[in-house]
Design a binder for this molecule. Structure first.
Ligand SMILES: *Cc1c(COP(=O)(O)O)cnc(C)c1O
Length: 464
């Protein structure tokens, strides 16, 4: 990478190349190839407003990914800035340990209990979704100890699930690329099939396949011995795995199985929570009865880091009976983060944004992305609410993918970036998760630019 010499006149203006050089020298990136960053430089995002981002060259992008599935209210909401500033002045920090609390945390827990399924009324706060799932791991085992069933230790997750990046989070998740690094999963975690009909359903109907994927949980429980299984954890809709929408038969069958074997159900709401599906929680969209719901991301629209675990009443009562719970984070329910999350939830309510996703912009978004299904590169378009996925394939009838899986998705993502659109690729699946405040005009921009990225990708691939 070449560095433009800074002239005496513009030393105060740092150029993109200078930023990139400093970044490559001193900042080691998460989920990135840091050798590539050294060779090519990273993208530098400088500011944002509404649904748009601007990079350090002043180029504008439509953020069809809401940061990382989290900026549900869009960028630049002054109420959130003020909530943070006001709380910073009044009480910038205090902890929740040793029988202490703060007022934004009390109010936030109250608001979450109000929107959560009616049998869930207590919240344990964390700093992130990964911490929420580490908390789940410890809570679940603690729960069974208190119930005098200490043998129930195993937590079952799913292949290609995502539950965060800490040791417990990455173990509960089923990402092979993560498991390979650091000898994961840790002991006591098992994985079963995902309900990914397009990728793994073969000749089965979605209904048949959904039941079969769910039954892999029952088979695993039987193989392990049901008295040893503590919980099953899953996302309502897998996000990072590729926006995998389970067939309608899947969740009812899972619900039957966890009930039959008396196993706790942990529904990871980190993406689906706070309106993404058109309901407050994915559990409501699929009519689930979770015992625990990890939350994060949309809880604060990403403005500040905060997460938590929402507990069913019976679970919280049991845990409380057990005496001291020896778990917590310095920043559990950080008051500034809680104040921002509180205002975020209140805005979602006041402006009826979740209802809007359900009745207006969600259906429009689904209709709009469905128009891309005819494209010669597209095998399937799917989505719920404001989640969408487009599978890129070489052969639409046989679902055959291009060789070197992932390279086509990356190419399409880069073509979109050139056009000023941020999409994300998992393998060769393009994913969308725009801010919930996306409007009709943004939607037109999203579809026009996605279509253009698909065309460019298609021509590149044909040219080869
Ligand atoms: C992002 C995510 C997490 C992890 O949250 P972090 O805040 O990144 O730690 C956990 N579960 C799901 C479903 C997620 O999408």
């Amino acid at each position: 990478m070449t560095i433009k010499a800074a002239t005496a006149a513009n030393t105060s203006v740092t150029t993109t190349q200078q930023w990139q050089r400093m970044d490559a020298q001193h900042h080691f990136h998460p989920f990135s190839n840091n050798a590539d960053i050294r060779a090519e430089g990273s993208r530098i995002i400088e500011r944002a407003e509404g649904c748009h981002l601007w990079d350090s060259d002043g180029k504008q992008y439509l953020d069809a990914f809401a940061g990382l599935w989290c900026v549900n209210l869009g960028y630049g909401r002054q109420e959130l800035v003020q909530a943070a500033s006001q709380q910073m002045q009044q009480l910038p920090y205090y902890n929740l340990f040793f029988k202490t609390t703060t007022t934004p945390v009390i109010e936030l827990a109250h608001e979450i209990a109000d929107i959560a399924p009616s049998h869930m009324n207590q919240v344990f706060f964390t700093g992130s979704g990964s911490e929420a799932n580490d908390t789940v791991f410890r809570m679940v085992r603690r729960y069974w100890d208190i119930q005098n069933q200490p043998e129930r230790k195993i937590i079952i997750g799913r292949k290609n699930g995502y539950h965060g990046s800490t040791v417990a989070g990455a173990s509960l998740g089923g990402m092979p690329g993560m498991h390979k690094q650091g000898d994961l999963p840790i002991a006591g975690v098992e994985h079963v099939d995902q309900p990914y009909w397009y990728g793994e359903g073969g000749d089965l109907t979605p209904h048949e396949f959904g039941v079969r994927a769910a039954r892999s949980l029952e088979e695993k429980i039987k193989a392990l011995g049901s008295h040893k299984v503590a919980a099953f954890i899953a996302e309502p809709i897998q996000g990072a795995g590729g926006v995998i929408i389970p067939p309608d038969s899947y969740w009812p069958e899972i619900q039957r199985i966890v009930k039959k074997y008396g196993i706790l159900l942990v529904v990871d709401e980190v993406i689906c929570g706070f309106g993404r599906t058109g309901e407050w929680f994915g559990s409501q969209y699929y009519h689930l009865q979770p015992d625990l719901m990890p939350i994060a991301k949309g809880l604060s629209s990403g403005y500040l880091p905060i997460g938590g675990v929402v507990m069913a009443d019976h679970f919280a009562e049991t845990l409380a009976k057990g005496g001291d719970f020896n778990h917590g984070y310095t920043y559990s329910g950080h008051p500034v983060c809680a104040a921002v999350a509180l205002e975020n939830v209140r805005i979602l309510k006041r402006e009826r944004i979740v209802e809007r996703v359900k009745d207006d912009i969600g259906p429009k978004f689904q209709q709009a992305i469905a128009t891309l299904a005819d494209h010669p590169l597209v095998g399937e378009v799917r989505g719920v609410g404001l989640l969408g996925a487009i599978e890129l394939v070489k052969d639409r009838t046989t679902r055959l993918r291009y060789p070197d899986e992932g390279s086509t998705g990356t190419l399409c993502r880069d073509m979109a970036l050139q056009d000023g659109l941020v999409l994300r690729a998992t393998g060769d699946t393009m994913m969308m998760s725009p801010p919930l405040v996306i409007n009709d005009q943004h939607l037109d921009e999203l579809i026009t630019k996605t279509k253009s990225a698909l065309d460019k990708t298609w021509h590149r691939l044909k040219g080869k």
